[in-house]
Design a protein around this ligand. Sequence first.
Ligand code: APR
Length: 230
Amino acid sequence: MEKIVILTGAGISAESGISTFRDEGGLWAQHAIEDVATPEAFRRDPDLVHRFYNARRAQAAEVAPNAAHLALARLQERHRGEVVLVTQNVDALHEAAGSRAVLHMHGALAGALCARCEARWPAPMVMATRDACPICGAAATRPDIVWFGEMPYGMEAIWQHLEEADVFAAIGTSGNVYPAAAFAQHAGRAGAQTIELNLEASQNTRDFAETRLGRASVIVPEWVDAVLGN
Ligand code: APR
């Protein structure tokens, strides 16, 4: 049976009410990346960075998965071949929809990390610079989010999945940020059928053999129904 590898981006969570990054009024229109999403920003002003992620954690706790998240959970449930779900998103909407083994390559709002000893634990709703690491006691706790300039999680396994994929689908991502923006080319070169499902053509739309445009809550369930043959 076909192995399907899926990459999701902020666009799949947009209709659940979570801001994307690069759309009109998106997160990067409200905050400069270099002020809230880099290791230097955290060293310079950890309180500002914690405030930014505390606000995103609070927003993520208020929202529910939409029909696109639910359709991907159904695909994982029903498809007889392997379905690998990689997300750039740090919200937990795939898990809330029933997806399992979600690969959060950019980390997760639900995770906390000690910048000193690298211990990880479930993040409290509100994190503060003075919080002590439960393992080493240092006041060095940070969101377990991959910032610009840091290495995304799980890359070795992800490249391997892309080489084994029969189908690679990118959903709700603008194709602006690497390495995720290279996944379609990597999978295509290894023989996968490539499809993008997005509100508008992404930056790397040329890497995809097929493009379906529309809102994720509409086009993702349609695509899943077609894949499942019903
Ligand atoms: N349905 C489908 N696609 C949508 C919808 C929707 N309802 N709304 C917006 N989109 C699309 C936009 O057209 C855009 O192409 O989702 C994409 C969102 O792009 P970005 O805001 O750039 O988000 P993303 O691609 O996930 O960003 C990647 O950049 O800032 C970093 O680490 C951050 O993980 C993030 C990475």
